[in-house]
Structure formats: C-alpha cells, structure tokens
Design a protein around this ligand. Structure first.
Ligand code: TXA
Ligand code: MG
Length: 326
C-alpha cells in the first residue's frame, strides 16, 4: 500500500484547492484532528479562530511536510531542534522556535516564536504534499472542549465553518503532540504527550525544564482545557467503587471512566473499563470522554492513573478535564 491510498486523489485536490482559496479543511493527524488553514494567509488563519471561538492571541502550530520546510518558518534553528527533528519527525512532537520575519502575528499570537510540527499520518502527509505550503492547525474542537479523534466529532462540533472534513485512519496516538520550546536558555516541556520527557532528555543529553506560570503562552496550559460539559472528578483507584456507590446512592447520575471492571453492585451504571496501558488509554481517551459526556449525567468519575512518565500526557489531560487548578 502506498502512503496516499488512505485518501482519494480528487478529494485531496479539492482539499488543497480549498486551502488555497482561504477556506478551512479539517484533517486527521496521528494525534487528533486538526482544523487547517493556509499558514501564509492571515485572513484564512483568522477563520480558524472564528470557527473555534478561540481568543485571537493564542498561537497556532504550523504543520509542514519535512524538517527542511519547517526551518523556513524559523528565524533561528538551534542544534537541539535539528537533533529532535531527526529523531522524532514525522511524529507527535511540536517544536517552538524563534519565528522567521514573514510569519504572521495571527499565527504566532503576536509572540516572537512559532510552533512547528511534521505530522505522521497518511492523510495529513498527503494533504501537505498536495498543498505544498505550511498548514496552520489547532485541534479541530471548539475552544476549551475535547479534541476530536474522529471526522464525525469535527462535523458535529464545527459544522458549516469547515469547507471539507477529510476522513482517514483514526489517529493512532489520541492526545495532542508533546510541545517543547527551544526559545530560552534551556529546552522546556510546555505540554506532555506521546513522546515522553524522558525520551527527549535522552536524545538531547540534557534535562527538560517544566513549564511554570510565566512560560510561553500555550492554550493547552490553561487549567480548564480539554473539558467535557459534564463535571469530571478524579478519584484514586482504591476509592473508586465506594465513591461511585456513594454518589449514586445520593441520587447523582454517575458515568465512570475506569481502568478496572465495574463491581457487580454497580454493573448497571455507565462504566467504561479503559485499556490498562498508557498508549491504549490515550488512544481511546477523548472518544471515551465524549461518549460519557453525551449521556448528560450529573458527573463523570475518572479513576486516577499511575504517576509515572508514560502516563504523564494522560494524567495532564484528565487533570485539565477535571478543571483542577494547578
Ligand atoms: O497534536 C497536536 O499538536 C494537534 C494536531 C492538530 O497537530 N494540534 C494542537 O493544536 O493540539 P492546538 O492549537 O490545539 O494546541 C497547540 C498548542 C496551543 O496550546 C498553543 O497555544 C501552543 O501549542 N502554541 C502554538 N504556538 C506556540 C508558540 N509560538 N509558543 C507557545 N505555545 C504555542
Ligand atoms: Mg487544542
């Protein structure tokens, strides 16, 4: 199978033409669906903000087909960027670099840096190839809501604002890319993802600083990001059954996202036993949250996940979904 078999050539040509006209095209990546616009057309990028209801000062990531093209968007390419690109691109890693002069303020949110990523998904890659330029794309959800991992999530949430929603193989990762900023004195992790901090540190041979309050602006770093509409509570594994039982007895309509099977006494409740490994759990996370949210109950109870590097991305998304303050 060639790389382009995942998408029909006519559909691809139509999507590239729509981007050239300044329209929005949603497309699958290996992480989540992106809401794409021509990254060199500020008016087109503005449409992304309107469709998402996203504040104008939030920067968007530029997606490109390879590292050589990424560097054209950067004003300076530190050696660490080349090292990380060689090891992790194409793949779920976004690098924040000093911007090139031609990059619009609409893309950077007026900052001196730009986010760059080479996605690893046959449809995203085919679209980048057909379009030729850089595609600005945040996740294809309304601002502050759960990122979409299926074409129908995008259509349901964004509707007519998107000219074309490309279908394709489901994102294999399921949560947004790891973001590393290379704009300060030391590399900094802005958002955990499938590429772990440990992997990055091993490749760089140097520790990653962790984002604090005054770090570069990333909307994924707002505490209440990635939230379902239904309030979500995080509960430790050994307290899960008792907490759910107590809420249920108190008349609350509870839906559960667990990593263990429902006890017999609670088997009538909506209860998802998610995959036991971090990769599988992340892959299903947003579809699971959407499914539980759609039940319209009083609360979602999510079982806490292990406190280690491989689970960091999932723990981060669950904490934000729970609206917990940092
Ligand atoms: O996996 C992903 O990264 C997905 C897919 C579609 O590629 N995209 C994504 O985009 O998650 P978005 O906009 O939902 O999240 C990107 C994050 C935002 O929090 C944004 O603020 C941050 O990256 N970001 C983008 N450019 C930045 C910059 N120059 N400095 C700091 N943060 C930046
Ligand atoms: Mg997003």
């Amino acid at each position: 199978m060639t790389r382009h078999d995942a998408i029909h050539p006519a559909q691809l040509a139509a999507a590239a033409a729509a981007l050239r006209r300044g329209e929005l095209v949603a497309f699958p990546t290996e992480t989540v669906y992106g809401l794409g616009a021509n990254g060199s057309d500020p008016a087109a990028v503005r449409r992304i903000f309107a469709a998402k209801g996203r504040p104008a000062d939030h920067p968007v990531i530029i997606h490109v087909r390879d590292a050589a093209m990424a560097w054209r968007w950067a004003g300076d390419v530190p050696p660490a960027a080349r090292t990380l690109a060689a090891r992790f691109w194409p793949g779920p890693l976004t690098l924040i670099l000093p911007r090139a002069n031609h990059v619009s303020d609409v893309v950077t949110g007026g900052q001196g840096s730009v986010g760059l990523r080479v996605p690893d998904h046959p449809v995203a890659r085919a679209l980048l190839q057909a379009f030729g330029g850089g595609i600005a794309a945040p996740s294809a959800n309304r601002f502050g809501r759960i990122s979409p991992t299926r074409a129908e999530h995008v259509r349901a949430e964004l509707g007519d604002a998107v000219a074309i929603v490309l279908d394709g193989p489901a994102p294999r990762v399921g949560v947004e890319s790891t973001i590393v900023a290379l704009t300060g004195p030391e590399p900094m992790l802005l958002r955990p993802g499938f590429v772990t901090a440990e992997q990055i540190e091993a490749v760089l041979g140097q520790p990653l600083a962790r984002a604090q309050g005054n770090a570069p602006r990333a909307s994924g770093t707002l505490p209440s990001h990635y939230a379902p509409t239904t309030p979500l509570r995080l509960v430790a594994s050994d307290e899960l059954a008792a907490t759910v039982a107590a809420l249920s007895r108190a008349g609350q309509r509870v839906a559960v996202l667990a990593r263990q099977a429902a006890p017999v006494a609670l088997h009538e409740l909506p209860w998802i036993a998610a995959p036991p490994d971090a990769g599988g759990y992340a892959h299903d996370l947003y579809a699971n949250l959407r499914a539980l949210d759609a039940l319209g109950g009083d609360c979602i109870v999510a079982e806490a996940v292990p406190n280690d590097d491989t689970w960091l991305a999932v723990a981060d998304r669950l904490r934000r979904a729970a609206h917990e303050k940092e």
